[in-house]
Design a protein around this ligand. Structure first.
Ligand code: ADP
Ligand code: AMP
Length: 214
């Protein structure tokens, strides 16, 4: 299964990708996680991306394309992958399609998660993540067993720098501005899923849609 998860920030792409990754036994490729790790590790990519990521802007296409093309050349994507947060521009979509074509592959399903802005705002403001394993929590909707601590590895949870309320409007505007130019590339494999439901119901809808892949 080669799957794209598209949706506004906070719609639940990461949450669903982690479930789908376990279910299908294929890697979850989150460009946001890759960038945050590069920033934490102080790599050259991290240094170039930091300002854009933390201010809620988009990292330039050349940086993103290099990251994804490199990641797709690794052997664990042979069986498939779930791409979360890429493509976010027309140019990224075109490069992705071309890079897969060279490997005789294509995206099989593109899911668009739909969620009202008011729900998004509540989800982003309450989001906490584990900086070690990238697990996603919410202070009310998806609490860890011990407040502030990751269930998987005991690491202290953090709030993302770009999850401040003041940055959210900019991130949403960027998403909605680019949406048509991304989805037009995948119109024949596109399916909308209502993300404003409990996580298990969203998962059932996505996996149901994936099971119909020819
Ligand atoms: P995205 O990757 O699309 O930015 P996340 O998966 O990080 O979104 O989810 C954003 C926040 O919303 C997290 O705090 C997560 O725990 C919470 N969340 C995700 N899916 C749901 C859902 N179906 N119902 C309620 N809260 C959710
Ligand atoms: P995410 O974790 O998907 O919400 O991404 C966090 C941030 O990383 C975004 O707001 C962007 O600054 C940056 N980012 C992630 N993926 C991309 C991408 N495909 N193109 C440009 N910037 C990206």
């Amino acid at each position: 299964m080669r799957l794209l998860l598209i949706g506004p920030p906070g719609a639940g792409k990461g949450t669903q990708a982690q479930k789908l990754s376990k279910f299908y036994g294929i890697p979850h490729i989150s460009t946001g996680d890759i960038l945050r790790e590069a920033i934490r590790n102080g790599t050259p990519v991290g240094a170039r991306a930091q300002f854009f990521v933390e201010s809620g802007g988009l990292v330039p296409d050349d940086v993103m394309i290099q990251i994804v093309v490199e990641r797709l050349s690794q052997s664990d994507v042979e069986k498939g992958f779930i791409l979360d947060g890429f493509p976010r521009t027309d140019a990224q979509a075109m490069v992705l399609i071309e890079a897969l074509k060279v490997m005789n592959k294509s995206i099989q399903k593109a899911i668009v998660l739909k969620c009202p802005d008011a729900v998004i705002l509540d989800r982003i403001c309450g989001r906490r993540i584990c900086p070690q394993c990238n697990a996603v929590y919410h202070i009310i909707n998806q609490q860890p067993r011990i407040i502030g601590i990751c269930d998987h590895d005991g690491t202290a949870l953090i709030q993302r720098e770009d999850d401040m309320e003041s940055r959210i409007a900019r991130r949403l505007a960027k998403y909605y501005n680019a949406l048509d130019s991304i989805t037009r590339h995948f119109s024949d494999i596109l399916e909308d899923v209502d993300a404003n439901q409990p996580p298990d119901d969203v998962f059932a809808n996505i996996s149901g849609s994936c099971s119909r892949v020819a």
